[in-house]
Unconditional design. Structure first.
Length: 174
């Protein structure tokens, strides 16, 4: 497996490209749901650009000291949002689609969540958007910036914080 290193500048440019692609498609949505942690920054910027409410679905499947070991996906019990409920159609965003399981399971989770809400029979149209779509994925997102045929490990600019001891930050800022 190869490695792909992404700078902050490249990362933000990819989010802007994704926003432009969704806009050019002409598809309109009422709310953005991001999958945390990876989709938080993507969802934040898209909700600012589109001026749509953001909801956060926390999910985790990578564990271990290096965060590179994939286990069973775990979801939060609830969405974090400031709206009364979900407002379909929804744009579901994450940073990347690797195996595709997180996006597939997130859609299932959102449809189940919708049934628990009052007026749960509303249309449940959901489209997905990511920065990177790996060819090994069993799920094809509706919108993506880069299709990666060699399935690299993507080193995103914020990963440095996963390896930085707090003592180093304290020393750096004294």
């Amino acid at each position: 497996m190869s490695d792909l290193f992404v700078s902050w500048s490249e990362y933000h440019q990819k989010i802007e490209q994704l926003a432009a692609q969704i806009y050019q498609s002409g598809w309109e949505f009422n709310q953005i749901v991001c999958i945390a942690k990876g989709g938080l920054r993507v969802g934040d910027i898209l909700c600012r650009l589109y001026r749509k409410p953001l909801a956060i679905l926390s999910a985790s499947s990578y564990t271990g000291p290096d965060y590179q070991t994939r286990g069973q996906i775990q979801f939060s019990r609830h969405l974090s949002m400031t709206t009364e409920g979900l407002s379909f159609p929804i744009l579901l965003v994450d940073d990347l689609v690797d195996s595709g399981i997180s996006l597939q399971e997130s859609i299932t989770w959102l449809k189940h969540y919708q049934k628990q809400e009052p007026e749960g029979d509303r249309p449940n149209q959901i489209r997905t958007a990511v920065l990177w779509y790996k060819s090994c994925s069993v799920f094809a997102p509706d919108y993506y910036v880069d299709y990666l045929t060699d399935n690299p490990w993507i080193h995103q600019p914020f990963e440095v914080y996963e390896q930085t001891p707090l003592e180093e930050l304290v020393a750096k800022h004294q």
